[in-house]
Design a protein around this ligand. Structure first.
Ligand SMILES: Cc1cc2nc3c(=O)[nH]c(=O)nc-3n(C[C@H](O)[C@H](O)[C@H](O)COP(=O)(O)OP(=O)(O)OC[C@H]3O[C@@H](n4cnc5c(N)ncnc54)[C@H](O)[C@@H]3O)c2cc1C
Length: 579
């Protein structure tokens, strides 16, 4: 029988792990093992740590991302990162890389005609819905910020370490890890595993979980480059950000950084796919395989055609090849192993939803793992991860596919394209329907409704709406009250719900913060009427908001405000045996 070290965080963990990997001991034990230390793995570790759960993150690369990849981060992601205390740092770093309020346009070339303007300013019209903003920050700049915060909160990170096997039983998961520097092996015993191991997800493959959807759309490339002169004058006043390029040589997009003379060009398609006779003549779509045999010379040709200025001196710094895919996993979990990020949904980058959706997965899962590990919630709460996140993933895959077809590859036809909706529906208007929500609105035609944030109105299953309030004399967002514990927000005459909820939470050991609008007690002032309107309740009503900022339950008035009623609410939402 092997020796098991229980990690006593944070001091003992490294030592126990390092002893084990050097062969002095055979097995170490952690509450949660996170496989993959990129955008979603790091986010998972950080959110778990916020809830007091220590995790071990293993990543086979030697550090965080080396390529910019994701750059567009949306409102919900920024709200989540704000609750992790990172908004200011991220906004500062973003401003170093990109001018604020970037735009998204479609041009023949940077120097050529504008074909369409998708967003003149990313943040036009969003201020009423969120306390934060959409921004651009490159993934290779964001990941070190997440890594530092996760480590600061107590997560353990191991680079050049590969997970080579996962075996689960009724009590936990045993993972085999290899130190890629030394070849040393260690077994880790975890209560749960989160595999954020990317689109090829070895964990998903081992579990035999299939992917389905539109499949591979193109073998694309990203060309990282520097120009010897500033390209921004070519933008003719268009905001820097993303510039789609549509011309007879290629289709793809630029992301130019603040310097104006560098960034990257993604090329998805080559050749004139706008000509129906060409498309008809080559059903095998050779234009969708720019990656095969790509050389620096060919990349330079494509870059010149996309910039549209002959003879401009350019340096190709790197070329990455990757596949544009629009697929979703059949399941997001198997027993004690949960999958998150690109491991369960792979989307073309059009719309910038891939990484964002992965961060939202991690945020949904972390508090559930924490409460189940603490024994406050029943294991059934973990099943709600798939129930809540997979429909969101499906919708996001379809919306990303629609943007890919409409912006880049119209030759694919529109027969299987869902009508695109405003980004706000995807960022702030998705809805959860699971046992962890009481009274979620019914699905329409088998699909969960995504709403515009102005229509969510505090209904159970939707993100709790943003509202500016005064708290302790300062103007803050109501969203700043959420993050770690459950929050009970009552209307100005909803004190009975507050009393009932406090007593019920105490009896069940649930961590709860409570606030009554307009009660002058310093928690939540001067907002009685706007709060009731925004959350769809009368002054006697109340809402219960989960640690992830989603409305779990709502009483529109004061009927039935008893301790027993609130105990039942907590028990149901937490999937407890006493529900
Ligand atoms: C050109 C481009 C532009 C994009 N733009 C955007 C954008 O603007 N906005 C957006 O939201 N998204 C964007 N994306 C998508 C975004 O980059 C991905 O969705 C995101 O990287 C997914 O993160 P992840 O952590 O799930 O997976 P990955 O980033 O793929 O990370 C998985 C990690 O797991 C590690 N790993 C795998 N197996 C093991 C193992 N067995 N043991 C240890 N480690 C392992 C890998 O080494 C890797 O580091 C873009 C993508 C591309 C290609």
């Amino acid at each position: 029988m092997s020796c098991i070290h229980k990690f006593r965080w944070p001091n003992i963990a490294c030592q126990a792990y390092d002893q084990a990997v050097t062969g002095q001991d055979e097995e170490v034990e952690v509450p949660v093992l996170v496989v993959g230390g990129s955008l979603v793995g790091l986010s998972t570790a950080m959110f778990l740590a916020q809830h007091g759960v220590k995790s071990l993150v293993v990543e086979r690369h030697s550090g965080t991302a080396i390529h910019p990849r994701a750059g567009h981060f949306n409102l919900r992601t920024l709200e989540i990162l704000r609750s992790a205390g990172l908004e200011e740092t991220i906004r500062r770093r973003s401003a170093e890389q990109y001018p604020p309020g970037g735009g998204i346009s479609n041009v023949e070339s940077l120097a050529g005609r504008e074909i369409a303007m998708f967003f003149a300013d990313l943040n036009a019209g969003v201020a009423e819905f969120s306390p934060t903003i959409r921004l651009f920050i490159n993934q290779d700049a964001l990941e070190p910020i997440l890594r530092a915060r996760a480590a600061e909160l107590g997560a353990e990170l191991r680079y050049r370490t590969e997970c080579t096997a996962l075996e689960q039983d009724d009590d936990g998961v045993t993972a085999a890890l290899t130190d890629l520097e030394t070849g040393g092996q260690v077994r880790v015993r975890a209560r749960y595993v989160v595999a954020a191991d990317g689109n090829r997800s070895p964990a998903r493959n081992r579990l035999g979980i299939p992917m389905r959807g539109h499949g591979v759309l193109s073998n694309s490339i990203t060309i990282y480059f520097r120009a010897e002169r500033d390209l921004t004058p070519l933008l003719a006043g268009r905001n820097q950000g993303v510039h789609y390029v549509t011309n007879p040589v290629l289709r793809g997009f630029f992301r130019l950084d603040r310097s104006g003379n560098g960034g990257f060009l993604v090329v998805n398609l080559v050749g004139d796919t706008a000509r129906p006779e060409i498309v008809a003549a080559y059903p095998e779509a050779p234009w969708a395989n720019v990656a095969e045999g790509i050389t620096k010379e060919r990349a330079l040709e494509l870059l010149r055609a996309a910039i549209g200025v002959p003879g401009m001196p350019l340096v190709i710094e790197d070329i990455a090849t990757w596949q544009a895919v629009a697929d979703i996993a059949g399941r997001y979990a198997e027993g004690r192993i949960f999958l998150a990020g690109d491991a369960v949904h792979v989307v073309p980058p059009n719309g910038g939803f891939g990484g964002n959706t992965g961060v939202h997965d991690a945020h949904n899962l972390a508090w559930k793992l924490a409460l189940v590990l603490k024994g406050t919630a029943g294991p059934g709460l973990l099943a709600t991860y798939d129930a809540e996140r997979r429909p969101v993933g499906e919708f996001t895959v379809e919306q990303s596919y629609a943007r890919y077809v409409l912006r880049v590859a119209p030759y694919l036809g529109t027969s299987d394209v869902r009508p695109p909706v405003d980004d706000l529906y995807l960022e702030l208007g998705y809805r959860y329907d699971s046992p962890a929500i009481i009274g979620s609105p019914a699905a329409i035609d088998g699909e969960l409704p995504h709403l515009h944030p102005s229509d969510c109105q505090g209904q159970p299953g939707f993100r709790a709406p943003h509202l500016v309030i005064r708290s302790r004399g300062e103007q803050v967002s109501i969203l700043d009250l959420f993050g770690r514990d459950f929050a009970l927000l009552a209307g100005p005459r909803g004190g009975a719900w507050q009393d009932a909820a406090r007593a019920a939470a105490f009896a069940l050991g649930v961590e709860l913060s409570t606030y009554v609008a307009d009660d002058g007690s310093g928690g939540f002032e001067d907002a009685g009427e706007p709060f009731c309107t925004a959350y769809g309740i009368s002054p006697q009503g109340a809402v219960l908001v989960r640690p992830d900022g989603f409305v779990a339950w709502r009483a529109t008035d004061g009927t039935g405000a008893t301790v027993e009623a609130m105990k039942s609410v907590f028990s149901r939402v937490l999937c407890r045996a006493d529900a």
